[in-house]
Design a protein around this ligand. Structure first.
Ligand SMILES: Nc1nc2c(c(=O)[nH]1)N[C@@H](CN(C=O)c1ccc(C(=O)N[C@@H](CCC(=O)O)C(=O)O)cc1)CN2
Ligand SMILES: [Mg+2]
Length: 277
């Protein structure tokens, strides 16, 4: 079998086109505050792409950048001010932060209705309880990819590898919300390959390059690779793409799979937040 490729760049274009229409219908421009601390090159690249795409769809770019040695208090004050500013309809704190900063405490200062990254405790609680709210962009993008492919989620065996607050946990909750039977694996999971082989839908967000090999994939399964690793040979994921694409029914590439969807869903969330404010 040769897997179908789930093209995140193509689908992201469609999501962005939808967001552009939604903003025109809104009649006023949403304002997104991206908050970047320090000069990690990957974070700087992602924030640059977010800002560029926001401007392209008619979202006002309200970027704030801080030096890597900014204090917790200074950053907290800035986030509070953005929260109070009626012209700011969305706030995003780019992660990871330098180690001296407490990301959870800073995220907690973002008003839930401006939480376009879906990472505050309130947004996580709303998701866990199945209530309406803003959802984290990467898992939301994965769901969009699965839906566009026509994957059946109700009753499906879904396995999520990774339990981060950014991807693994919200991904499991979203799949549960779609009536999948969800298993979450992590570093202490015994016989990871055996658990993964049960999956009709396998989402890998472990942050370990090439973790999932062909022997961990059921023939015909849909495999979503959230990992991004910079190697001398280019970007790679958590999945051994050449081997797994010979077994899976469908697979996301790295790059060009989940990554572009993360930014597209940020635009969609920014529209949703602006509508409710
Ligand atoms: N506050 C947040 N921080 C982080 C998030 C997030 O959603 N919110 N996710 C990641 C980084 N991220 C967005 O912030 C992100 C990662 C990758 C891509 C992407 O388009 N990847 C491309 C490859 C681009 C490259 O690295 O050269 C691809 O996969 O095709 C977009 C956004 C962690 N932090
Ligand atoms: Mg994880």
């Amino acid at each position: 079998m040769t897997a179908a490729i789930l093209d995140g760049r193509l689908l992201a274009e469609k999501v962005v086109a939808r967001a552009t229409g939604d903003i025109a219908a809104l009649g006023r421009a949403p304002g997104l505050a991206t908050v970047l601390v320090g000069d990690d090159p990957a974070s700087a690249l992602y924030v640059r792409n977010k800002r560029r795409q926001c401007v392209a769809v008619g979202i006002r770019d309200l970027h704030r950048r801080f030096d890597a040695d900014v204090t917790q208090d200074e950053l907290a004050e800035a986030i509070r001010a953005l929260g109070d500013d009626p012209g700011v309809t969305g706030i995003l704190l780019q992660l990871p932060l330098p180690p001296h900063l407490d990301a959870d405490a800073l995220l907690a200062l973002i008003p839930p209705d401006k939480d376009v990254d879906g990472l505050t405790e309130t947004s996580a609680g709303r998701l866990a309880l199945g209530r309406p709210g803003l959802r984290p962009c990467t898992p939301l993008g994965v769901l969009e990819l699965l839906d566009a492919h026509g994957a059946t989620l109700s009753g499906a065996e879904a396995v999520v590898v990774g339990r981060s607050s950014l991807v693994g946990k919200p991904m499991a909750q979203l799949l549960l919300g779609r009536d999948a039977t969800v298993t979450v694996c992590h570093s202490r999971t015994r016989d990871l390959a055996a658990v993964c082989r049960r999956a009709d839908v396998l989402v890998v967000a472990a942050g370990i390059r090439g973790l999932v090999a062909a022997d961990a994939v059921k023939p015909g399964a849909t495999v979503i690779d959230v990992g991004i690793h910079r190697t001398p040979g280019g970007l790679r994921g958590d999945v051994d793409f050449p081997a797994v694409s010979a077994v899976a029914g469908a697979i996301t590439p790295v790059p060009g799979g989940v990554g572009p969807m993360t930014i597209a869903m940020l635009l969609a969330n920014t529209v949703t937040a602006a509508r409710t404010l």
